[in-house]
Write a protein that binds this ligand. Structure first.
Ligand SMILES: N[C@@H](CCC(=O)N[C@@H](CS)C(=O)NCC(=O)O)C(=O)O
Length: 244
């Protein structure tokens, strides 16, 4: 089984967590941004990763990958079986992939794209020196593309910050009453939301080697610090500590 990925991506983390939870052996393949479109279009309708390749099957999208794994490897299930819980789980996962996942990416890229070394580390840390060199060569074009796709404008970033905080407040409301997002049981809603927030919390159990490179931007460092004691950040650290 192979997983096409961007190494630092929170959607990769979401899919990988379930692979790890089920003790499935797989081969993560970090693909070069920009050029990834040629590879990924062979397997899916969109150009996004992660994409899971299993024999003749190609599954694109973190939620779809989890659905596939849950079907094929039913041990250590993370998806609730009751109709009501299943619906709540799917709705929360979809909503938070967007409101937490997309907004935090926008907020972080808005500043961090100014640091080519850091972005190169994020995309290429497991790659050869040659590929790292290629990334550096392509960076001006990649930077523009990532900016135009995910950052867009200061106004949109400010809006993303508001939406992110609203989503965080929704999660805080839930976890103030119960241990897990759906009640007493650990589910994919928890792995998904914790993965989306992992880019902000950087839990020590996260498989990406975040500690190897200091965050180069004072504003982003301050952002991390300002959320460090947030009850949801504490919850994410607990979920990682107990389940990752
Ligand atoms: N809904 C998708 C989102 C995945 C996603 O946005 N992936 C980004 C990296 S974080 C990507 O591959 N972007 C490049 C592209 O779409 O071509 C999932 O859950 O897998």
């Amino acid at each position: 089984m192979k997983l096409l990925v961007f190494p630092h991506s929170h959607y990769y983390e979401k899919a990988r967590w379930v692979l790890d939870h089920k003790n499935i052996v797989y081969d993560p393949i970090a693909i070069m941004p920009g050029l990834h479109m040629i590879t990924v279009r062979r397997y899916g309708k969109r150009t996004s990763v992660p994409v899971l390749l299993d024999g003749n099957d190609a599954i694109q999208g973190s939620s779809e990958i989890i659905d596939y794994l849950e079907d094929k490897f039913p041990d250590n299930k993370l998806t609730p079986t009751g109709a009501e819980q299943l619906e709540a789980c799917q709705a929360l996962e979809k909503d938070m992939d967007k409101r937490l996942g997309e907004n935090i990416r926008q907020i972080l890229y808005a500043r961090l794209l100014n640091y080519p070394d850091y972005i190169r580390f994020c995309f290429t840390y497991p790659m050869s020196g040659l590929k790292k060199g290629l990334f550096t060569f392509m960076y001006p074009v990649l930077k523009r593309k990532i900016h135009d796709t995910y950052v867009v404008s200061d106004e949109k970033v400010a809006k993303a910050q508001v939406e992110f905080d609203e989503a965080l407040a929704d999660i805080e409301k839930i976890i103030s009453k119960q241990s897990y997002l759906l009640g007493d049981t650990f589910t994919r809603a928890d792995t998904s939301v914790a993965s989306m927030l992992s880019l902000l919390v950087l839990p020590k159990e996260h498989p990406f080697p975040w500690a190897e490179k200091e965050i180069p931007d004072a504003q982003i460092k301050a952002l991390h610090d300002s959320y460090a004691k947030h009850p949801v950040a504490e919850w994410v650290r607990n979920i990682y500590c107990n389940h990752r």
